[in-house]
Write a protein that binds this ligand. Structure first.
Ligand SMILES: Cc1cc2nc3c(=O)[nH]c(=O)nc-3n(C[C@H](O)[C@H](O)[C@H](O)COP(=O)(O)OP(=O)(O)OC[C@H]3O[C@@H](n4cnc5c(N)ncnc54)[C@H](O)[C@@H]3O)c2cc1C
Ligand code: FES
Length: 283
């Protein structure tokens, strides 16, 4: 087999659930991964449960992609924290697990976020824009950048309180600006309103933007960054099937023609690499 052909996921393993608890409308799900390498911000795992939901005709049949939100500890006792939104059979089955149960895990997979100076040699700071469940990789990235002394501003947006959670635990007391579409907290409106304030009010010559969230939000961020000539990296959380490059179920069109597979060439892509952040929905 050619060396560059994707291999089956290395080291698919059963991990023990350390705990799971509610965090607003989401859940924080912690697995103990004794064997795997340390994940980088933006990478994800494929998680599988042995349970099936009777309400969904035996689904889920396939593992589900979930971004790592926080990593604690070191090899042998590493704890991986995930933020889960229960939207279908896969995530509902994960949410039913309890401490001591077992969960299938493969990964970490995918390309992580770049450091700011890799996107802009003159970069002096980063703006992080997270929406909904997409705040998970932003939490991992924020800790990574702050620990390396990168000035970081974080903007998080949610539809409403029922579709939000994890801010206090994953972002701690670090300063974040919040936007709620229903006006229940913070800015009343979209998180992109807050981004526009930064892009129009600041000297953005030394900024880079990182973002993860729903496709419509990511597309708005991509277009705003292009308009203000600010480099941007987006983590696209489009549907995936195999998670390791074999099925092309996650392909999105590239700006220069052809397709890229988000599971191996993403999920983090530069804004100018793709024609639209909505593209993953239609494939
Ligand atoms: C790289 C990556 C990282 C991710 N990180 C996270 C994370 O940290 N936390 C998290 O909770 N999720 C995350 N996701 C999303 C998660 O993998 C998906 O939502 C997954 O499909 C959930 O599985 P499910 O069985 O619970 O729901 P599914 O049944 O797969 O449904 C998921 C959503 O898609 C909709 N849907 C399903 N089928 C269709 C269809 N045919 N047409 C239109 N809409 C449809 C459903 O209504 C629902 O809202 C990530 C995805 C990727 C690719
Ligand atoms: S999910 Fe199968 S190739 Fe990406």
């Amino acid at each position: 087999m050619p060396a560059d052909r994707p291999q089956a996921p290395f080291n698919r393993r059963e991990c023990r659930v350390a705990e799971i608890h509610a965090a607003g409308g989401y859940r924080i799900f912690t697995l103990i991964d004794e064997e795997g390498p340390e994940p980088a911000p933006g990478q994800f795992y494929m998680l599988s449960t042995s349970g099936t939901s009777g309400a969904y005709a035996g689904r889920p049949f396939l593992p589900r992609a979930i971004s790592v939100a926080r990593t604690l500890g070191t090899k042998g006792s590493r704890r991986l924290e995930f933020l889960i939104d229960e939207v279908g059979p896969g995530t509902i089955e994960m949410a039913k697990l309890g401490g001591g149960d077992s969960c299938g895990l493969a990964g970490p997979f995918g390309s992580p976020f770049s450091m700011p100076k890799e996107l802009n040699p003159d970069a002096v700071g980063a703006v992080l824009v997270g929406g909904g469940i997409g705040i998970a990789p932003m939490a991992a990235l924020r800790r990574h950048l702050v620990s390396r002394g990168v000035p970081t501003r974080t903007l998080l947006g949610f539809r409403d309180q029922a579709h939000s959670g994890g801010v206090d635990e994953l972002f701690g007391c670090e300063e974040t600006r919040l936007a709620y579409e229903d006006g229940s907290s913070g800015h009343h409106g979209y998180v992109t309103d807050l981004l526009l304030q930064i892009l129009t009010g600041d000297d953005t010559g030394g900024a880079v933007i990182y973002s993860c969230g729903p496709p419509a939000m990511l597309e708005a961020v991509r277009l705003m960054a292009a308009e203000h000539s600010v480099p941007v990296e987006l983590a696209l959380e489009s549907p995936m099937a195999c998670g390791y490059g074999a099925c092309f179920g996650c392909a999105v069109p590239k700006t220069d023609g052809g397709y890229l597979r988000l599971c191996v060439e993403g999920p983090v892509v530069r804004g100018d690499e793709i024609t639209s952040a909505m593209a993953g929905e239609a494939v």
